[in-house]
Design a protein. Structure first.
Length: 284
């Protein structure tokens, strides 16, 4: 089991990939996965469209990872647009494909969802879905966590309390949202430990290889940008190759520091870029 792997003294390395938007790109993702598999990750997770828009693609990619590459696959699963019948159908699809692990997420509100639909949804939080999955499937469950607090949480203490509820509902390990300041992660670990959260926590790292990427990443994740990274963007943002190298170096320095501090695992948000991912893994 992945949770057992993460409890070992050796720091694990894992990747996240996403189903591409077009059919041509979707076919190309398998070659990218083949390249990433040569880096020997401990597991690979595959993301999911809002409201289940890429459920079949996620299952297909996860099945390829699990059976063709023989690497443990985690299929992301969101519940924001689901009734229990929909969730059951998606779980059956995953289990039919031989997928053992899911990442239980609330997910973003689909643009077409009305206020009435959103406010009347069956699963309000990821913890609601975790309870359903534990009661109705044999899937092992990972959960997400936010070192800088979920953007909708009333307070950090409130966010940690809900995270504890999710873990108690059946989550066996956690993967963080991306962050760029390791001290934030270390403080988060202290707070989760005090709250009685004892499951392994993988640190989510995204290499910033272009100035444009930082704006998109921060908007989506709510992550803060430390001065050191802001200076890198200011100095190299107009030079794509220098920016790419500096961004990789920054991610490598983060990971090496996390390794030195005994992090359970590193989860690299690859953006489906095997070359960048390989350069990072080779240096760590």
């Amino acid at each position: 089991m992945i949770s057992d792997l993460l409890n070992k003294s050796k720091m694990s390395i894992s990747f996240e990939v996403s189903p591409p938007k077009t059919e041509d790109e979707f076919k190309a993702v398998f070659a990218k996965l083949d390249s990433m598999a040569k880096l020997n990750p401990d597991f690979i997770s595959c993301t999911y469209g809002a409201g289940g828009s890429k459920a079949g693609k996620t299952a297909e990619i996860a099945s390829y990872i699990q059976h063709q590459l023989r690497i443990d696959a985690i299929a992301h699963m969101t519940c924001v647009g689901f009734k229990s019948a929909d969730l059951k159908e998606n779980c059956e699809l995953l289990e039919k494909e031989g997928i053992k692990y899911v990442m239980a997420l609330r997910g973003d509100r689909p643009m077409a969802m009305t206020d009435e639909q959103y406010n009347g949804r069956e699963f309000f939080y990821a913890s609601d879905m975790v309870r359903y999955l534990k009661a109705n499937t044999n899937l092992q469950i990972a959960g997400a966590c936010y070192p800088e607090k979920h953007y909708e949480a009333e307070s950090f203490d409130n966010d940690i309390m809900h995270l504890k509820e999710k873990v108690d509902a059946g989550v066996s390990f956690l993967i963080t949202q991306l962050f760029f300041d390791n001290d934030i992660f270390y403080r988060f670990n202290e707070r989760t430990a005090k709250a009685g959260i004892t499951v392994p926590i993988c640190a989510g790292i995204m290499p910033i290889t272009s100035a444009k990427q930082i704006g998109t990443s921060v908007n989506l994740s709510g992550s803060s940008v430390p001065k050191k990274l802001a200076d890198i963007i200011a100095n190299y943002g107009d030079n794509p190759e220098d920016m790419r190298k500096a961004g990789i170096d920054y991610a490598v320095s983060q990971i090496l520091d996390l390794k030195e501090h005994g992090a359970d695992g590193i989860h690299i948000y690859t953006m489906n870029r095997p070359k960048t991912t390989a350069e990072i893994v080779e240096q760590i």
